[in-house]
Design a binder for this molecule. Sequence first.
Ligand code: FES
Length: 106
Amino acid sequence: MSFVEVAKLADVPDGGVLAVEVDGTEVALVRDGEDVYAVRDECSHASIPLSEGDVEGCEIECWLHGSRFDVRTGKPLNYPATEAVPTYSTQIEGETVMVDLSTPRS
Ligand code: FES
C-alpha cells in the first residue's frame, strides 16, 4: 500500500484527535502542533476506541481504565495495557493528511 489522503489538516484539532477509517481500518489521528500521528483506534487492553479519550501532547488516554499511549511509538505508558498499539506513517502535503497503513511510524 502507499500513502492515501485521510483528512484535511484543519479537521484534526491541535491537541486533539480525529477518528478516520482507512481501507476498513479504524485510525486515530492525533495532532501536536504541526505534527500528526496515526495509531490504530483500538486500545490494546480491550476494544475501546482510543479516539474517545483525551490527548495531551503525544499521549492519548483510554477513557475506560486510564492507560496512556505514546502515539509516536504506540507503547503504553502505564497499566493495565501492556501491549503497544500499531502506529502508521503519516505525511502532511499542504493541507492534506496522508497515512500509509503498510508502514509503521519510524
Ligand atoms: S480498555 Fe483501554 S485501558 Fe482498559
